[in-house]
Design a protein around this ligand. Structure first.
Ligand SMILES: [Mn+2]
Length: 301
């Protein structure tokens, strides 16, 4: 029996170049927040975003929400609140790159179309890209294509990302689409595949060898752990998840990478002595005021 397998070299050969405008500041890579899950409330995440300063580029490495159907007609409150916080971040000068994960569906092909629909991304990466920054080239992809042995998932990905499903889905009325979204979410939750996701060491080494030539570093998410895979032309780094670990990877202005506690690079509003006189009075959700919620959560395990 033959299975469809991703061609990693071909993927990199067609990977678009993402070149943010040069700006002082760091590049922050964030993966797998799974917002909307009980362990990842959106108000904590938006408080973290609001506390970011000096970030030139924020790279969202995929699976931002538990499940996200991107056309705004399907959004729930949390999608609106997170997009609003990203808009505030963008208004402070941070450029935002979205690398689409396996839990994001129907993102517009073009970033301009995303922006028009209230998604403040400068780039939407559907497969993989090369980030050009400070004279270096960094490969980016979510990571769900890095395991060729995951036949069931790859089949699902091919089907769900195909043009036919896309067309049918856009034509569905809101309630039907929301019902379908609920079903997708329920089936993902039942298998809980993201959280218990395996760590295919051999596949990742082969992946690193295929995708790293010509690059200075390669960053992926998806595996919910912090890891550096050597053996390719450059290091392949797995950015750990926000969902359970609350960690992010930071590229500083000297070109060094370090993976840190997310709250170590953000000053949440609750800790400020006085509210800044608003240049643009960002609309706050009425209930998001508790200082407890915006402070750092305790590790559950
Ligand atoms: Mn994933």
């Amino acid at each position: 029996m033959s299975h469809w397998k991703p061609d990693w070299k071909a993927m990199m050969a067609r990977a678009p170049l993402v070149a943010p405008r040069p700006a002082p500041g760091t590049v922050v890579f964030l993966a797998d927040s799974h917002l909307g899950d009980a362990r990842a409330p959106d108000d904590e995440f938006t408080a973290w975003l609001d506390g970011l300063r000096g970030v030139a580029v924020l790279v969202l490495l995929g699976d931002l929400f538990k499940v996200w159907l991107a056309p705004p007609k399907y959004w729930a409150g949390l999608h609106q609140r997170v997009m609003a916080a990203l808009e505030r971040l963008e208004a402070r000068g941070t450029q935002v790159v979205l690398v689409v994960g396996n839990r994001e569906y129907f993102l517009p092909r073009l970033a301009a179309n995303a922006k028009r629909r209230g998604m403040p991304f400068g780039w939407v990466v559907h497969e993989a890209c090369v980030l050009a920054w400070n004279g270096k080239r960094y490969g980016l992809t979510h990571g769900d294509l890095a395991n060729r042995q995951d036949h069931r998932y790859l089949k699902w990905r091919k089907l769900s990302r195909g043009r036919l499903v896309r067309t049918l889905f856009w034509a569905l009325p809101g309630p039907a689409a929301r019902w379908l979204a609920h079903r997708i979410e329920a089936s993902l939750a039942a298998t809980n595949r993201e959280i218990k996701i395996g760590y295919p060491q051999g596949e990742l080494t082969a992946f690193a060898q295929a995708v790293t030539p010509g690059l200075d570093r390669f960053l992926i998410g998806h595996f919910h752990r912090q890891e550096v895979i050597r053996g390719g032309s450059c290091d392949l780094e797995i950015v750990p998840d926000w969902h359970a670990l609350r960690r992010v990877t930071v590229l500083n202005t000297a070109g060094q990478f370090r993976t840190v506690d997310a709250w170590g690079i953000s000053t949440p509003a609750a800790k400020k002595t006085a509210p800044t006189p608003a240049k643009k009075p960002a609309k706050q959700p009425a209930k998001q005021t508790s200082a407890k919620k915006t402070s750092r959560p305790k590790k559950k395990r």
